[in-house]
Design a protein around this ligand. Structure first.
Ligand code: UD1
Length: 548
């Protein structure tokens, strides 16, 4: 044995523990390892909760039967949301303005299907702006906050962001935010936390798999690892300290996700539910999406990997009976998370059968074991009140899962082009040429306000309509806005337009208000000539600082 006395003492103690849980094979190659490798392996094994692994494996290989799962009755799904959109948006914005909402991005996944090695949120899917998915989502968050301020005539709206990472991408994710200056967010409002890791096991016996002689095959514990991670990391305590009552949780892989979605959050708050699920109509019976359902009268989601073909094809009139597709976009109250989910979520892991590289075969062709994953939506049955809302796919769901074909960067770019191009056309713009089209969330969150900017203008595709200030440019525009064409960035084949507001300009109006107030407060009869001079120069400074 090449290991030191200290390591062998540790190995001896560990071996005894492993005997009790039937996992001694993990130390099988110890004699062949260097001192450093042995230490790393011993430390890795010591951190594994074998009791949890045993329970997780037992649950995963014998999941509850789907016999008592029923389609969600139509009456349980809100589909006429357009009717109440304004009311719920207003409610949602007022909650954001009061600082009661937090956004959580689920960004711990590995992006294996996409074939991208880095954090999925850092992925540039080839949109005209070349933005990463994180940037899309965070600019939307910033816009929601701005709309909340505007709606409630305040400047104090807050919408903190909690980013769940995993061991595999935590430091890269943090670096990416740093490098991009947090995409305009105050770093104090961004909280990173890591989800847990769990070993892969053999299906039959639940033996933990060795990836190599010195390393256990570990992977993130599924997006349902969120709940334990919120507690472990102090994120839930941070939310409570900030007075956050509602959380909006969503997948990183959908560039249309809108953090703090005012309409959805507003609806859940108005209806006083503990949990809410945003769905879209399932596109085909075999689309790889979970579906909303009922089990024992409780709200439930059945994952695509577990739904039987018979259930998937079952129809209800012209529609699929299990037709409300889960898009991994959820609402939870903070008290529901704290009081029911964190203490109540069991080791209810699901089995993901995978070809797992292991010591005997570094590149297996077929499935040789299971990864154990908790699913976030398994929190739903713990809720006493919930709602499901089915929204338009076109406005809400452009997932990027695969490198090509269905749910790929190309389909997402096309969906955004159709959506944003539609907004521009409805706002009165003419679009010339062909190619993709993208409007920055900082200009418009969901098409609002574009008529004031582009009505009657000719814009050339492919195009990106951004909000960043002017460069050296040709200018044209409407009464309220100037649009500039940025020739310096046009070489990449995309026409970059920048929107610059002429009015309303909140800084200008705020300064004008201060000046008006100052003037109104002046009692001419009591003002000495010297006071008048001081006042005049103060007003001039105010006016010139704010371009009045
Ligand atoms: C998920 C949903 C599925 C839904 C589909 C829609 C779950 C369990 N499944 O499936 O019902 O129809 O999205 O696109 O929610 N993640 C982590 N840590 C993990 C695993 C995943 O943070 O350990 C994150 C991913 O980064 C991603 C999200 O969870 O943001 C969804 O995970 P992914 O594995 O991509 O789920 P799907 O299989 O697509």
């Amino acid at each position: 044995m090449s290991v030191s006395t200290t390591s062998s003492a540790a190995a001896g103690a560990l071996l005894k523990q492993l005997q009790q849980v039937g996992q001694t094979h993990l130390l099988r190659y110890l004699d062949a390892l260097s001192e450093t490798e042995a230490r790393t392996l011993i430390s890795q094994i010591s951190k594994i909760d074998f009791d949890l692994v045993k329970k997780a494996h037992a649950f995963a290989i014998k999941p509850p039967s789907l016999q008592d799962v029923q389609p969600l009755p139509d009456s349980c799904v809100i589909t006429d949301y357009r009717k109440y959109e304004l009311e719920w948006k207003t409610e949602g914005l007022s909650q954001v303005a009061a600082g009661r909402v937090a956004a959580i991005i689920l960004a711990g996944g590995q992006g294996t299907r996409l074939g991208y090695n880095g954090p999925k949120g850092a992925y540039n899917a080839g949109f005209p702006s070349k933005k990463s998915i994180f940037q899309f989502q965070i600019e939307r968050l910033i816009k929601v906050r701005a709309l909340a301020n505007e709606a409630l005539a305040t400047t104090s709206a807050t919408l903190p962001l909690y980013v769940m990472t995993s061991d595999a991408n935590d430091s890269e994710t943090r670096d990416f935010f740093e490098k991009n200056s947090f995409f305009g967010m105050d770093p104090a409002d961004v909280f990173f936390f890591e989800q847990g890791m769990i070993p892969a096991v053999t299906e039959a016996e639940g033996k933990v798999i060795l990836e190599s002689k010195s390393c256990v095959a570990m992977s993130p514990d599924g997006n349902g690892g969120l709940f334990a991670a919120l507690e472990r990391s102090g994120a839930i305590a941070d939310m409570e300290r900030r007075g956050v009552l509602y959380t909006h949780v969503f997948a990183v892989d959908n560039p249309l996700s809108c953090p703090g979605d005012p309409m959805f959050v507003g609806c859940c708050v108005a209806k006083s539910v503990e949990a809410g699920n945003l769905c879209v109509a399932k596109a085909r019976w075999d689309e790889r999406v979970g579906v909303a359902a009922l089990r024992d009268g409780k709200f439930h989601v059945v994952e695509y990997s577990e739904l039987t073909e018979e259930m998937a094809k079952k129809s209800s009139g012209k529609n699929l009976a299990f037709g409300a597709a889960n898009i991994c976009n959820h609402f939870f109250t903070t008290s529901f998370l704290r009081d029911k989910v964190i203490p109540g979520m069991k080791a209810s892991h699901h089995a993901a059968r995978k070809a797992i590289p292991c010591v005997d075969d570094p590149a297996p062709k077929a499935s040789n074991g299971i990864k154990l994953e908790l699913f976030i939506f398994d929190a739903f049955p713990l809720a006493d009140s919930y709602l499901a809302m089915q929204v338009d796919r076109e406005s809400y769901f452009a997932p990027i899962k695969n490198a090509s074909g269905v749910d790929s960067p190309e389909t997402a770019r096309q969906m955004v082009t159709d959506l944003h191009g539609g907004w521009l056309l409805r706002a009165g713009a003419q679009l010339e040429g062909t190619g993709h089209c993208e409007v920055s969330p900082l200009v418009s969150l969901s098409g609002e306000g574009l008529d004031k900017i582009v009505n009657g203008l000719k814009l050339r595709l492919p195009l990106y309509l951004g909000a960043d200030g002017p460069v050296n440019l040709e200018q044209f525009g409407t009464n309220d806005f100037r649009i500039t064409v940025d020739f310096s960035t046009a070489q990449d084949g995309v026409n970059h337009y920048r929107v610059v507001a002429k009015k309303p300009n909140p800084d200008v109006s705020a300064a004008a208000k201060v000046i008006m107030e100052k003037l109104a407060a002046v009692d001419i009869s009591k003002t000495t000539p010297l006071d008048a001079l001081f006042l005049l120069s103060e007003l001039k400074d105010l006016a010139s600082n704010s371009n009045l």
